[in-house]
Design a protein around this ligand. Sequence first.
Ligand SMILES: [Zn+2]
Length: 389
Amino acid sequence: IFTDDSLLASNKKQENLNVLLITIDTIRPDRLSCYSTKYLQTPRIDALAEKGAVFDRAFAHNPLTLPSHVNILLGTTPLYHGVHENSFSIVAEDFLTLAEYLKGKGYATGAFIGAFPLDSRFGLAQGFDVYDESYPSKSSNVFVFPERKAEKVIESAIDWIGKLDSKWFTWIHIWDPHSPYLPPDSFLLKFKDDLYSGEVAYVDSELGKFFDYLEKSNLAGNTLIVLTGDHGEALEEHGESTHGYFAYNSTLWVPLIIAGPGIEQTRVDEYVSHTDIFPTLCDVLGIEKPSFLQGISLLPLLRGKKIKNRVIYFESLLAFYHSGWAPLRGFIEEKVKFIDSPLPEFYNLEDDFDEEENLVQEINLERYQKRMKELIETYSSLQRPESAF
Ligand SMILES: [Zn+2]
């Protein structure tokens, strides 16, 4: 039931699909109404969710922009690729990125970036024919990253797609929900008491325009869409205002929606992670999975089958590298979460997804610490590919 050749065979005809990867920065799943209707309505993302697979429990491996996107685009954890934070880390040339891999399969590849943390200087442009990072070169405020709005990112992507006559892989990075929360005027009044949600409402509306373009251009029926976020936002939960320091679900839990030809409408409650996206795309497209990938294909889940229990590694090392804090790492396995630090934490996520009750006194701590060590060794020891494209 784990890798089913007949599932793969039925996907052979999918190899000519376009692939659209949408990463929304700093997005909490509970701000999308396909996950929770408590805060706002996101009708356009809901419409995507209604025709595809929605993963209720998807996790980032890092609560930080650059490492998280590297995890997605390399299909590996930071223990393998070494990008643990946002400022001095660079993706090494010898890694094989999803863009390089799909380019090798005949895809035109384009990335449309919303803000500086994913600037090409950090190495993620590998494999992209076009890496559009035309946000302003400087921000007017030194505490704010240079950025551009969703409408500009999407406009550039549409402009590029419109000129292509081959299959394509397009990645759009939407920065808007990242602080400072400043939704456009048309959303300000309605969301004046919850500007973060206002940013999400704006993003939903702009993505809707992109989806309309795909429909109008007869591309929707031939395009596989993966929508996720790079990390969440704490919004004062667990004493954190934004993201990047702790490793609670406020910032590690992300949306994941996969929709397109051959994807049935389904709702998945299995625990999955960012590194699963690369192998899943390979399986859906009917192409071979590179051997170094550290996630698992979610194709069985897309087909209503089960996957075996697996472990999801996570870390939050910004403060370790920049402020001399103790390293903070952990893992999720069999629906419990262990956070390894000088003050270890343990949560039963099925009963306590918000991590309010630390049960570390009730576990065999040594066993979990040993498991942590094993995981770090396993994930760190994989060989790099012999040669990238
Ligand atoms: Zn981010």
